[in-house]
Design a protein around this ligand. Sequence first.
Ligand code: 4NP
Length: 167
Amino acid sequence: MHGGIEHRVGVLFVCLGNICRSPMAEGAFRAAAQQRGLAALIDSAGTASYHVGSPPDPRAIAVAAQHGIDIGGQSARPVERDDFYRFTRIIALDRANLESLRSKAPRDATAQLAMLMDAVDGRQGEPVADPYYGNTLTFEMTWSAVTLGVEAWADRLIAEVDRQQRP
Ligand code: 4NP
């Protein structure tokens, strides 16, 4: 991080294409962090490179917009080696994404890997399914799952920061 604020918390959301699920997670988490006053470095990336440079899928942009969140300015990028040091948490949307991250992680990576639903009581390890071949309803259901997950992560991470700040 050059010249910017040094954040104690860094969260990278990762799906396959970085055009549907992880852009929604990034947008929803930015809103959740802002609401809670949680300062964090926030981004998203994909384990595959098919869509590098593309904006989010129009259906993802539309469902986010319906919930008051603009994700139209995002641009897809692949997961990079540096990510495993720049972020404190790398959060996968499904199990295949988590396995890809495990295989890409350098031995001395400092980021902790997890899944989105791990922060939700009773839903640890649940995947958020790829909505790419779905319809508007699929995207609405994906949005609901993603917001549940990111709000739980925002609560967990702010509690961690509070604990670290206590003398
Ligand atoms: P995402 O969805 O991983 O949530 O961004 C996908 C987008 C594109 C493809 C697969 C999943 N694709 O195969 O092109």
